[in-house]
Design a protein around this ligand. Sequence first.
Ligand SMILES: Nc1ncnc2c1ncn2[C@@H]1O[C@H](COP(=O)(O)OP(=O)(O)O)[C@@H](O)[C@H]1O
Ligand SMILES: [Mg+2]
Length: 286
Amino acid sequence: MSRIEQALKKVAGNQAVNKNKQPDEDISPAKTVAPEKTVSVDEVPDSQTVPASTFVPAASSLKLNNPMLLTTMHGDRSPVAEEYNKLRSLVVKLTKGETFLNTIMITSTIGEEGKSLTSLNLAIALAREYDHTVLLVDTDLRRPSLHKQLRIDSKPGLIQCLKDNFPLHKALIKTGLGKLVFLPSGGTLKDPVETLSSNRMKELISELKNRYPERYVIFDTPPSLPFADAQVLAPSVDSTIFVVREGKAKAQDVKEAITNLQGTNLLGVVYNDAKTTARKKHYYYY
Ligand SMILES: Nc1ncnc2c1ncn2[C@@H]1O[C@H](COP(=O)(O)OP(=O)(O)O)[C@@H](O)[C@H]1O
Ligand SMILES: [Mg+2]
């Protein structure tokens, strides 16, 4: 049975029968996607060499107020925080094999399933735990939301880097949340598929992947059933995490959306907002 079929079976099983199942550590390890040719793209230099003015003020001045954010939860031992910590451990386990699968795309079937929340909280969890940088990239150029969560301007960002040759290192924002660096979307595009499938985008992802070999790069994307954005990005990243929010997308649509991503490396499925588990309203995943 393929990994996708296994994932679907587990989603269906979880929805229908066993809401209290513990996270499944048995997801098969991911295969390697050969990195693209490295090209010269301006990148964020080491903190020592970056003038402080190129970064927005760091996290102490970020006023994050969403109670669902890992940073605003009451302590690392809260049940929700614990779920994210488990997600982080699982992601590390699955990505740090012989080859480090450090570029991870987050997508889902439809909107409002928790892609952005998962991207941000996973990025924060990784940045907190490891003493190396995590880069979070808002590649949802249709409805970017991460900058709102971080209360930061969306521009300049990815769009300007891709279309106007804006220097990447000037668009990167050091959040001060651990070593989390953020690349905002740079606004919105009506039809981002062409931009996201451009050689320039492939080069940029390749550069982000290879510049700092120890760094995780997480890409938040639009929903993959109505839009091709995630499909065109998937071949350029090492792996994909698929978010399924309980009670949102129909099982048939989830199946179709995952099938559309076939050929890409599905790392696992985050089962979000499982209301009927004993730990109600908390993140649940396997
Ligand atoms: N498990 C959850 N519990 C409570 N609220 C959640 C949960 N997951 C997501 N949300 C909220 O639902 C809304 C949509 O989430 P978001 O991450 O923006 O979805 P997407 O990026 O898939 O469109 C946000 O307001 C977010 O805070
Ligand atoms: Mg989103």
